[in-house]
Every structure is written in structure tokens, then in C-alpha cells.
Design a protein around this ligand. Structure first.
Ligand SMILES: [Zn+2]
Length: 282
């Protein structure tokens, strides 16, 4: 089973990445990434790194090499977005330079801070938001915002024909307004993010390292119970959990997640990415 358009891998401390094919967006680049992408290594236009821990960045040199020397669009430019001041990303950049001295790569390295955005297309931007994770390695979450148009609420009582007539008489901006819709959001490794950031989001990918907040020693990762509550409060359409700690026995952990999901009142679709498997929790 899988979620349409998505592939990925998630095992905390080992490797984490998610390929969102419709957005041509890769979030994080853990080990094994180029192998898993295969001939699709040339597809990603943007790689958004949430933080520089090894399980999120070690695939970058392999991806750079496969794209630069493999059979395909070697010159196709790609952008790596990363939290400003990330030591892990700086180390990967040095590794790429050191592995292939004198070779230039068509990579744009862009340091990001909270609130900064990067254009993906005419109507979509990727925006960084702050998250709580490790103290020494800066971390960001990312969300993709799409600009849409809708009827202004004061015209809601009008029929389609009346709306068209008003639009011709007074102009489109008199009847319609622009708003932004969250198409996609990814927390990276993080404590629960603010529900306001993902209000009505189509897809939220969130850290769920723990089944219970009581298992948490330091404030660096979320629990599944916390994430179900935030997805419910935000009215998220589809939730994808990842980064579930390897301390939990899988057979009982999946049952626990399903029980928590039912009890939470979250009504959307719900999945877990566990290693390379997408598990439907409904
Ligand atoms: Zn981490």
C-alpha cells in the first residue's frame, strides 16, 4: 500500500527522506536515497533539509554524484534548502567538494530562516517555519502554500449568474479574494508543531517518535498522541506519521497507534511511514 505520489524511508538514527513526486520536492536526504530513487534521481528540483543530523543528510553526496555523473539530465539545476548555520549540511557540502575536486555541481545552496520562502511555481511557495528539536543543530519545518481565489463571504448569497454579472460590472477583485491553502507540511524531527501552521492542510508529515509523551526524556521529539490531537485541531486531511522509535515492538505498536487514532477523534486519513512501508492506520 502507498499514498499516491509519495515514496520515502523512515527509521530514526538510520535514514529519513520523503519524495513528494507531484511537488517535485524531496524532504531530507538520508542514506539509501539515491539507490531508492533509481532513475528518478534526476527528478527532484528542490531538496529541503529539515536539519543536519546524519540520518537526514548522508544521502546528499550520493545524490549529487548520481545526478552529476549518471545517465540523465546531469546539468539540471537543483536547490538544497537548509537551516542557516547547519553544521551537518556544511559537512555534506565539504564532502561533495572533497570527493570530486574540481567538479562543479549545478546545486544552489540556500540557507533558510523561519518565515523565509522559496518559489516552487507560479502559485506555490515553500515556506520554512521554526520547530523545536536539537539544541545544537538548527531545525526547520517546511510547508507548501498555494495561492487560491474564492468568493468573498459578503457575496455568498448570490447565485452563479449574479456573481458573473457583478464580476463583469465591478471587476473580479470586487467579488473574489485571494487566500493561501496549505498543500503540504513536514515537521522534520520535532516536538509537536503549532496547529495554526497546518490549518486545513491536505497532507501533514509529522514526527511521532514516541507512542507516549511519558517515554520522552528530552523535548526533541513528538508523541503520536500529541500529533493526533494537533491534526484533529487543525482539520488536517491526511496525516503521515514517521520516525517511530525502534524501541517499540512493531506488532503491538501498530495496534496502539490504531487505538490512539480512534480515541483522538481525528477524522482524516492516517498513515505511518515505517522504514520503506506506508501503513494505513485506518
Ligand atoms: Zn534529528
Amino acid at each position: 500500500m502507498t499514498l499516491p505520489g509519495l515514496s520515502g524511508y523512515s527509521r530514526g538514527l538510520y535514514s529519513n527522506w520523503l519524495w513528494h513526486q507531484p511537488l517535485q520536492l524531496l524532504v531530507d536526504a538520508g542514506e539509501g536515497l539515491p539507490l531508492a530513487l533509481g532513475t528518478s534521481v534526476f527528478s527532484p528540483s528542490v531538496v529541503a533539509i529539515t536539519h543536519g543530523h546524519s540520518d537526514h543528510v548522508l544521502g546528499l553526496p550520493g545524490l549529487a554524484g548520481a545526478r552529476r555523473f549518471g545517465k540523465g539530465a546531469q546539468d539540471k539545476p537543483w536547490t538544497v534548502l537548509y537551516p542557516r548555520g547547519s553544521a551537518g549540511v556544511a559537512a555534506m557540502r565539504d564532502a561533495i567538494a572533497g570527493l570530486w575536486p574540481g567538479v562543479s555541481f549545478p546545486i544552489e545552496w540556500t540557507a533558510m530562516v523561519t518565515g523565509q520562502s522559496h518559489h516552487l511555481s507560479r502559485s506555490r511557495v515553500l515556506e520554512a517555519f521554526s520547530v523545536t528539536h536539537a539544541e545544537r543543530e538548527p531545525a526547520l519545518g517546511y510547508r507548501v502554500l498555494e495561492t487560491r481565489r474564492r468568493l468573498k463571504p459578503e457575496h455568498a448569497h448570490l447565485s452563479q449568474r449574479e456573481v458573473e454579472r457583478l464580476s463583469r460590472a465591478r471587476g473580479r477583485d470586487h467579488v473574489m479574494e485571494e487566500y493561501t491553502h496549505v498543500v503540504f507540511a513536514h515537521s522534520g524531527d520535532a516536538m509537536p508543531i503549532d496547529a495554526v501552521l497546518v490549518d486545513q492542510a491536505d497532507l501533514l508529515v509529522h514526527d511521532a517518535t514516541f507512542l507516549s509523551a511519558a517515554d520522552r526524556r528530552a523535548p526533541v521529539h513528538a508523541s503520536s498522541e500529541e500529533v493526533f490531537a494537533l491534526a484533529r485541531d487543525a482539520g488536517v486531511r491526511t496525516l503521515l506519521l514517521n520516525h517511530l522509535s525502534i524501541r517499540y515492538d512493531r506488532r503491538t505498536a501498530y495496534d496502539t497507534l490504531r487505538e490512539q487514532l480512534t480515541a483522538s477523534g481525528f477524522a482524516g486519513e492516517c498513515w505511518l511511514l515505517d522504514e520503506a512501508q506506508f501503513i494505513n492506520l485506518r
